[in-house]
Ligand binder design. Sequence first.
Ligand code: SF4
Length: 104
Amino acid sequence: MQKVYPNILTIITTYHCTAACEECCFECSPKLKARLSFQQISEFLKESREALGSKVKGVVFTGGECFTLGDDLVRLSGLRITLDIMLGVCQMDRGQKHLKRPVT
Ligand code: SF4
């Protein structure tokens, strides 16, 4: 039997969101502040790379509104270059005002 490995990682970085949609499956809202730290996310990414090697092709940051991570999201963007994996983000239309510089 062929083994199947994950190749895209999705990280729910925060339950904080600038919206509070009734249909939100995580019940995210501006009132919720829970989020993963830069340290937690970066360690997970490094451990995933070590465990799965080049099978990991990309990571998607979501939430909540991942752009409310601010500079931590920019730092994570730099880390994914070091780890040579693609980056995707959700909800960039509403959250970019939280960034002092763009994610590349
Ligand atoms: S995460 Fe999405 S669905 Fe949930 S409150 Fe925010 S915008 Fe709405």
